[in-house]
Structure formats: structure tokens, C-alpha cells
Design a protein around this ligand. Structure first.
Ligand code: KG4
Ligand code: ZN
Length: 355
């Protein structure tokens, strides 16, 4: 079984991991959250510089924890797309330099393929095709997986990603960045049914609504309107802003809409297993709602382990291992692509490199 060193630097987490046979030998993540929190979101230039500073120490740490020397590795991998271009470059150049120095194959990895593979770090998946709900800061998609590297996208958000909605609503509730964990904490003691919020549907040109696609930008506006109204009532002598109830109502409608549409899609597609991955998949209410609904409908479900929902390098290592076992190796001149659709992932293993 191959052993790989994997690097992840596509956004604001610097990460390194050593994996073998879909198991993590060592994994380390250095979050830059505190630094970006001052600005209310990720500042690309700061992210790149912090990756440069953090990566060497993380690599040393995971190699030492795994008890391995470079000679023991079969390949080195790094996220090559999509993401912030400067941030991606730091991981890619580091990975390719190490690969060149130590005479190892290099694999560029698609970040979303990494998220899809994160579920393999948990309990084994039931056999057969399955439907993945991928919910992160940049993407909200339903992807049918028919086997390693065989993906078809069945739905997506037409505007904001679910994580982006969490981040924007947290900002307007003055809860800080990143919004997901902040809203989850604020919502813990709240009443999730107190404020009905819209489920954002996508109209079709021929009439009616798209059965699965999401829209979260209207929800953000609805929360803004609700908060403005509640603040006006407060100033007129009403109760203090019921922050916990607003946060819980928002979290609940996001969980409801994600779970309703994904289970409907699974049923329509005749798929019996539902998988959830990505940063938002760490959300407690969403995890509970998905488990409850799958149990009611008799579907199997697998959630990415909590530690591997948000960005990490272990999932990149698992994706790279899968590609390596299928004969995939990247051209050492492979650069990075800030945008690359998941179905384009195979071009990362083309020779000569496509970019
Ligand atoms: O997958 P990820 O780490 O990075 C991307 O590839 O985008 O996802 C980050 C997103 C952020 O928007 C963050 O607010 C959200 O995941 N997130 C959560 C939670 N933890 C992280 N959203 C809801 N609940 C959480 N517990
Ligand atoms: Zn991610």
C-alpha cells in the first residue's frame, strides 16, 4: 500500500498529513482564523504569507509523528485547484520541490475530490453508488459517486454556498468569523421554530421550481430584515434582541432545506446511501437532522468524521492515493487553477500539464 505526504493550502488552513491505505498516520492543521477574523473574512495575501510560514513546520511535524523519512514515501501530493491562487501556489510549489528533491512522483489534487474522500476516513461505506451532499464555504453541491473518480453533479447552489450564508449571517449578527461555529454556539439554547424563514427556491424558465437546487442569498436578506425589525422593537421598549432564537431559526431552515432536497434527490435517483462532507457538515443540528431523516426513510448514511469536515490534508492524501492506485501521476510542471470544475479533475494527471 502506498504511503503519501499530502499538503493543503487552498484557503485559510495550512495543513499536512501522511496517509497510507486510507488511514491517517499523522495529520496537522494550522488555522489562520484568528488573523482573518480581524477583517471579517479571508484576506488572500495574508493567507499566502501564513502558508509560507506554517508549512515547513507542519511537514516536519507529520513526518516525525508518522516516524518516516522521505525515502519511505511513495508520492507527494498537494491541492492544485480550486482555491485562492496565491495560497494554492504555496502548497503546490512546496510539494513539487520536495517531490523533485527526493525523486518521488507528484500528484496535484482537486480540493472537492479531497472533501468527497474525507468520508473514507470514517466507517467503511456500503457498496454501490451514493449521493454526496458537499457543503463548504465555497460550494454547496449534490454529487452522485459511482466509484473512484466517477462523479456527476446533480444539484448546486445558484448563489451563496451554505458556508458563505453562515459567514454572512454571523457577520450581520455580529458573531464574528468564521460564522459556522459562532452561529452553532449562539444557537445552542435557542428556539429553532420561533422565526419562520424562507427556504429559497430556484424558479425554472418554463415555470415551477428546480427540485433540488439551492438559493441562500434571499435567506440572508430575510435574516437582515428580521434583525432590523427586532432591533426597532427593542428600541421601542421591547425585549432584548433574541439572538439565540434568530441563530437557531436560521440554522434550522438551512438544515431543513439541505436535508429535504438531498433526501428527495437520493430517492428520485434510486440511491440508498447519503454522504455529507465539507466544513458545514460539522454543524451539529445539520448532522442530527440528516441522521434522523435518513433513519425515517430507511436510507444508509455516512458523515465525514468531525475532524475531517473542515479543510485538512488527510482528505487530500486519500484522494491522491486513490488517483495513484489508478495510475495517476501529475506532470511536475503542473501549476494551479483557481477555478476548475470537479469533472475536470482528470486533467490534473495529463501529460503535458494542462496549465
Ligand atoms: O470546507 P471548509 O473548511 O472550507 C472550504 O472549502 O470552503 O468550509 C468552511 C466553511 C465556513 O463557511 C464555515 O463557517 C463553515 O464551513 N463551518 C460551519 C461549521 N464549521 C465550519 N458551518 C456550520 N456549522 C459549523 N459547525
Ligand atoms: Zn474545503
Amino acid at each position: 500500500m502506498p504511503t503519501l505526504l499530502a499538503l493543503e493550502t487552498s484557503c485559510d488552513e495550512s495543513a499536512a498529513a501522511v496517509v497510507r491505505d486510507q488511514r491517517v498516520l499523522a495529520s496537522a492543521v494550522a488555522s489562520q482564523v484568528e488573523e482573518h477574523a480581524r477583517w471579517g473574512g479571508v484576506v488572500p495575501e495574508i493567507a499566502s504569507r501564513r502558508h509560507v510560514e506554517a508549512l515547513p513546520g507542519l511537514i516536519e511535524q507529520v513526518m516525525a509523528e508518522a516516524g518516516l523519512a522521505y525515502a519511505d514515501l511513495d508520492a507527494i501530493a498537494a491541492t492544485a485547484a480550486p482555491g485562492l491562487v496565491g495560497a494554492l501556489l504555496v502548497g503546490s510549489v512546496t510539494g513539487r520541490t520536495l517531490a523533485r528533491l527526493h525523486g518521488k512522483p507528484f500528484l496535484g489534487v482537486h480540493h472537492l475530490e479531497g472533501h468527497l474522500c474525507s468520508v473514507q476516513l470514517g466507517d467503511p461505506l456500503p457498496p454501490g453508488p451514493y449521493l454526496v451532499l458537499l457543503v463548504s464555504g465555497g460550494h454547496t453541491e449534490m454529487i452522485r459517486v459511482d466509484g473512484p473518480g466517477r462523479y456527476s453533479r446533480l444539484a448546486r447552489s445558484r448563489d451563496d454556498a451554505a458556508g458563505e450564508a453562515f459567514d454572512k449571517v454571523a457577520r450581520l449578527l455580529e458573531l464574528g468569523y468564521p460564522g459556522g461555529p459562532a452561529i452553532q454556539a449562539a444557537a445552542a439554547a435557542g428556539d429553532p421554530r420561533r422565526f419562520p424563514l424562507p427556504k429559497g427556491r430556484v424558479s425554472l424558465p418554463e415555470g415551477g421550481f428546480h427540485p433540488y437546487d439551492f438559493s441562500f442569498s434571499g435567506l440572508k436578506t430575510a435574516v437582515l430584515r428580521l434583525v432590523t425589525q427586532l432591533k426597532a422593537e427593542q428600541q421601542a421598549g421591547g425585549e432584548p434582541l433574541p439572538l439565540a432564537d434568530v441563530a437557531a431559526s436560521f440554522e434550522q431552515v438551512v438544515a431543513d432545506v439541505l436535508v429535504e432536497r438531498t433526501t428527495r434527490c437520493a430517492r428520485d435517483q434510486g440511491l440508498h446511501t447519503l454522504v455529507m462532507v465539507g466544513g458545514v457538515a460539522a454543524n451539529r443540528r445539520l448532522r442530527q437532522r440528516l441522521e434522523q431523516r435518513c433513519a425515517e426513510l430507511g436510507l444508509h448514511w455516512r458523515l465525514a468524521p468531525l475532524a475531517y469536515c473542515t479543510d485538512n490534508a488527510a482528505m487530500i492524501g486519500v484522494a491522491a492515493e486513490q488517483r495513484l492506485l489508478a495510475g495517476g501521476v501529475s506532470d511536475i510542471r503542473l501549476a494551479v487553477a483557481p477555478r476548475l470544475a470537479l469533472d475536470q479533475a482528470p486533467v490534473l494527471y495529463d501529460a503535458p500539464a494542462p496549465f
